[in-house]
Ligand binder design. Structure first.
Ligand code: APR
Ligand code: PHB
Length: 393
């Protein structure tokens, strides 16, 4: 059996795993990435696209922000649609900060290219990744590639393998606690090459359910509508999607979309999830492996970036001074931020979607939105959370 050794085995080559590898490389810390899928498959996934300033800062620090600065779109506000009106939350005016619209797919591509340019490679299509002895001081990870079983000895394992990964699943249930909420709807998303007829994102709470008007570039829109949990993509022709989207976002904005052909269409469930703690001996969880937020707050990618930023700092401190102090603090440091993002994402989801529920809950939702539009303090609170809390806060 082929055997190698490295300092950190990273499981998963999504944004969390790739960014961690890049941050470690800059510190001279060796890592091997094991990814179950092919590189093309990873790049083909369409995910979120709103970056907090703190995320941009980390990418910049890692030398990964050149294209982001060229092509990313700075947004100084977002809009909330309600009762046929649109209300703007002026993010920059309220917080001094803005957000950057730049697709997660583009970040993944930038990270892959930076890794290749540094001469570092990742193992794609690594099957049966299995963790061994992660509770002791000499963990090992085995995987199969092309039918051959490989083994890597390492100091640490970083579980960056998403919600369905093997790392969190390796932790016995009596060693952790999980918190979960499923929402009674999903998001049907469409990507289309058409110039966005809106300048800023619009999150709409309509009689017919939630809709989000987003974008990826000056020539590409990304749009979502709330749908039933069991809904199937095949039931939604482009024409049907645009008609429903228009009904929710409002006419006058969406006419140019009616004939746009989708280039991607998919349905995602909405879920909140957190595991505690994030460290188990020599195994550390980061990104979607550790937590899921519903996409309404645009926090998923930003949280993955803050987790791996803290993890790389902790590993750096360990290798520089052989001190485990920062490794010990990793969980608590991440979880403080994670729970705040969970709260905000849950709040946004609750305010903007149609829930099956009683009349009282509906009136509370209406009143909460009215309060948001009237109160500068409520807007400031929303804006502060939307643009992102400081990384070291
Ligand atoms: N072995 C190896 N790789 C695995 C395994 C496994 N057993 N299981 C999953 N993976 C890989 C997946 O194929 C995927 O490429 O781990 C990667 C995890 O990537 P993401 O799901 O993108 O998660 P993460 O890197 O934490 O990024 C978080 O992505 O899902 C969005 O909203 C989320 O924006 C957030 C960001
Ligand atoms: C997206 O553009 O995909 C997007 C934007 C904002 C969100 C969620 C998704 O809150």
């Amino acid at each position: 059996m082929p055997r190698t050794r490295t300092q950190v085995v990273i499981v998963g080559a999504g944004p969390a795993g790739l960014l961690l590898a890049q941050l470690l490389l800059r510190e001279g810390i060796d890592a091997i990435i094991l990814e179950r899928r092919s590189a093309d498959y990873v790049l083909g996934r369409i995910r979120a696209g709103v970056l907090e300033q703190g995320t941009v800062d980390v990418l910049e620090q890692a030398g990964l922000a050149a294209r982001l600065h060229r092509e990313g779109l700075i947004h100084e506000g977002v809009e909330i649609g309600f009762r046929g009106q649109r209300f703007r939350i002026p993010l920059r005016q309220l917080t001094g900060k803005s957000v950057t619209v730049y697709g997660q797919t583009e970040i993944t591509r930038d990270l892959m290219e930076a890794r290749a340019a540094a001469g570092a490679s990742s193992v794609y299509e690594a099957k049966d990744v299995t963790l061994h002895d992660w509770e002791g001081s000499a963990p090992r990870v085995t995987y199969r590639q092309g039918g051959v079983l490989h083994e890597i000895e390492c100091d640490f394992v970083a579980g960056c393998d998403g919600y369905h990964g093997v790392c969190r699943a390796s932790v016995p249930t009596d060693r952790c606690r999980t918190y979960e909420r499923e929402y009674p709807f999903g998001w049907l998303g469409v990507l289309a090459d058409v110039p966005p007829p809106w300048n800023e994102l619009i999150y709409a709470n309509s009689e017919h359910g939630f809709a989000l008007a987003s974008l990826r570039s000056p020539t590409r829109v990304r749009c979502y509508i709330q749908c039933d949990v069991g809904e199937r993509v095949e039931n939604w022709s482009d024409a049907r999607f645009w008609e429903e989207f228009q009904r929710r976002i409002g006419h006058g904005l969406t006419e140019t979309l009616a004939s746009a052909a989708s280039i991607e269409k998919s349905i995602a469930p909405l879920r909140s999830f957190v595991i505690e703690p994030l460290r188990f001996g020599r195994l550390f969880l980061a990104g979607d492996a550790a937590h899921i937020v519903p996409p309404t707050g645009a926090k998923g990618l930003n949280l993955a970036v803050s987790d791996v930023y803290y993890l790389h700092q902790s590993l750096r401190e360990y290798y520089r001074g052989r001190s485990e102090r920062a490794l010990d603090q990793y969980s608590v440091r991440c979880l403080r931020r994670i729970w705040k993002a969970e709260r905000f994402s849950w709040w946004m989801t609750r305010q903007l979607h149609r829930f099956p529920g009683d009349a009282f809950a509906r009136r509370m939702q209406d009143t909460e939105l009215e309060y948001l539009f009237e109160s500068r303090a409520a807007q400031a609170s929303m804006a502060e959370n939307y643009v992102g809390l400081p990384l070291d806060g």
